[in-house]
Design a binder for this molecule. Structure first.
Ligand code: M6R
Length: 614
């Protein structure tokens, strides 16, 4: 949600900013802009509404004006305060154009701060909350503060989650960043320093990466980088290893990231599962401060997540309850912390998040820690805020996911959560080690079954064409088919903007069935579970209302499809592992439908990949 990039140093260039912004575009594409120090000793600012495409010309213009001491900041916006216009595009400046800022997040108390500044005669040129930061820093600098001192002082006056980077014409080459529950990473190639909202933005530039801590100020300049807390006491920088390759963040011959990432699912799951068991078959978490005995004492699991990650968490609920008999609560992160959740030190709170930065889930994790729970993050981005906050981490090793619609990280999350479920069953003694080993064996075969499901690419393209005129879709399933149905509907909504709803099939008759008629298409997740017969009875209810049925089922059940209905056959696997296979045709249907309608699947309207506002 908004992408920030900043660079200073010998090998800096405007192109570092603009190419970084292209890579950050999945975080927002309402407008973009850069500020660089120019030859006249001031700032040159270039902005464009409508995304980073128009930054190509900007690159040339800005490069022609760039000064000798090079430092620059860039931003791609997902609008919160103020329409996505040129005037609201970042970077924003203070009254005298001596301070420039790029910002991600929300200044919750910006109205009060803005009134205070207006009363003092400050002139605002945008409707954004961001601009107050520039003016507050202006005040501090006028009072004699350095840029670092000014940022530390201003940071403590602002409420809300945010990260930002500022530059001042009075300190050429110096950039100061601040982070509070919003992503920011520091990197260097030895000659230049880079600050960015995410690793892929600087993956081709930096060879060494450092964590930026919450409530800390980071100063980078010709002499290197230093971090300090808000009282300006220095804090050492901590390096972390990034294994992602540049190629993994490129489209590599695919039309878009979404199709590339759909096809990467078997590899992503294989990597996520690989080498996880130690000699006594216990699960090796990537980070942990609790041991197997503590895990065995857990008497309740609470899963918090948003969107697609929530659907992965829902699959895990079925598996954990089945294998461990532990009660599992599941909550949408934004609801969790505002509803007095019953959590104590024997609760394991599992935060599931691709980015590890989603503000709602991060805040839920904070709340869980405050309540004394044991916490575990299942996330994809190494060193992300959730990974650093939780007591333990289980990384999905899906590689960078750029498409806004999550695909490979979803199936990798389910794989990781299945391992967690099996580990809980093992430490609690509900499954014998031999049973755990057998289930692991089956889990490791899932990538091969996914490969089979991916062969349905053309079938789903045909199906999308067949249903191209349909304006209402329903997705139904039972047991773990229910979260698959929810995910199928979410994917279609996200990228094709068609009304699509997911329901538990048994719930249809309690209301939603009223919406069914011959103009609706109903996808049924009909792979084999113990509720198979009941599900087929629900399908009869749909047929009786005249809606067209598409069955996602195992080949042995192809006969259940009636004449004229579509049957999509996917490999039969262990029922609790089936969501990783069954969701693939639904991802492909959403993809082909959206492409058929001429939409950009990687950049769906109104959405940002990482949602760092509440
Ligand atoms: O990074 P996270 O997994 O925490 O993100 C959660 C949701 O914002 C995300 O899954 C969203 O629903 C995606 N657009 C799904 O395609």
């Amino acid at each position: 949600m908004c992408g920030i990039i900043a660079v200073t140093g010998k090998r800096a260039s405007v192109e570092v900013l603009t190419s970084g912004l292209h890579r950050l575009e999945y975080r927002g594409y309402d407008s973009a802009g850069v500020v660089v120090h120019d030859r006249g000793g001031g700032f040159s600012r270039y902005r464009a509404a409508g995304g980073t495409k128009s930054l190509v010309t900007l690159d040339k213009e800005a490069s022609a004006h760039v000064g000798e001491i090079y430092a620059g900041i860039g931003h791609t916006r997902w609008a919160t305060h103020g329409a996505p216009t040129l005037f609201n595009a970042h970077p924003h400046l203070d009254c005298n154009e001596r301070v420039a800022i790029v910002h991600n997040g929300i200044v919750e108390n910006y109205r009060a701060l803005k009134e205070e500044l207006l009363a003092k005669g400050h002139v605002f040129s945008s409707e954004t909350d961001t601009e107050v930061i520039a003016h507050l820093i202006e005040v501090e600098l006028r009072g004699g503060a350095t840029l670092t001192q000014a940022v530390a002082s201003v940071a403590s006056r602002m409420r809300g989650a945010m990260s930002f980077v500022v530059a001042s014409v009075d300190e050429p080459g110096v950039l100061v960043g601040f982070k509070r529950m919003a992503p920011m990473v520091l990197g260097t190639d030895g000659e230049s320093w880079f600050l960015a909202s995410d690793i892929p933005a600087i993956l081709d530039r930096a060879s060494t990466f450092f964590h930026v801590d919450d409530e800390h100020v980071l100063t980078v300049g010709p002499d290197g980088a230093t971090m300090a807390d808000l009282s300006l006491t220095p804090v050492p920088l901590v390096e972390f290893h990034v294994s992602w390759t540049l190629e993994s963040a490129e489209r590599s011959g695919f039309d878009d990231f979404m199709s590339k990432e759909i096809f990467e699912q078997p590899a992503a799951l294989r990597d996520t599962l690989a080498g996880r068991l130690d000699a006594d078959r216990s699960l090796m978490l990537d980070v942990t401060t609790f041991d197997a005995d503590e895990l065995a004492r857990i008497n309740k699991v609470f899963i918090v997540a948003c969107g697609t990650s929530y659907h992965a968490g829902m699959v895990a609920k079925y598996a954990i309850e089945h294998w461990t008999k532990l009660p599992v609560e599941l909550d949408i992160s934004s609801e969790f912390r505002y509803r007095d959740p019953v959590v104590d030190e024997r609760t394991l709170v599992v935060a599931v998040s691709q980015s590890g930065e989603t503000l709602d889930t991060l805040a839920a994790l904070h709340e869980a820690k405050n309540l004394g729970a044991q916490t575990l993050a299942v996330c994809n981005v190494v060193g992300s805020s959730m990974a650093r906050l939780a007591d333990a981490v289980l990384y999905t090793r899906a590689g960078p996911e750029v498409g806004v619609a999550a695909t490979k990280t979803h199936t990798a999350q389910i794989g990781a959560l299945m391992m967690l479920a099996l580990e809980l069953a093992r430490v609690r003694g509900y499954l014998y080690p031999q049973e755990v080993a057998e289930l692991y064996g089956q889990l490791q075969e899932i990538p091969a079954h996914m490969d089979e499901a991916l062969k349905l690419w053309d079938t789903l393209a045909d199906l999308a064409r067949k249903h191209s005129g349909i304006s209402r879709f329903y997705f139904i399933g039972r047991h773990v088919g229910y979260p698959v149905a929810l995910e199928g509907a979410l994917k279609l909504k996200e990228i094709s903007y068609l009304p699509a709803e997911g329901y538990p099939a048994g719930e249809l008759k309690h209301g939603p069935i009223a919406m069914l008629d011959e103009n609706a298409v109903v996808f049924v997740i009909a792979t084999r579970t113990r509720l198979h017969e009941k599900l087929l009875a629900n399908v009869e209810e749909v047929r009786a209302r005249g809606s067209e049925v598409v069955l996602i089922g195992n080949p042995i059940d192809a006969g259940v499809a009636r004449a004229g209905e579509s049957f999509v056959g996917v490999p039969q696997v262990h029922p609790l592992f089936a969501p990783m296979v069954d969701v693939i045709p639904l991802q492909m249907f959403a993809y082909h439908t959206a492409r058929g309608m001429g939409y950009d699947v990687d950049r769906p309207r109104n959405l940002a990949k990482t949602v760092t506002v509440e």
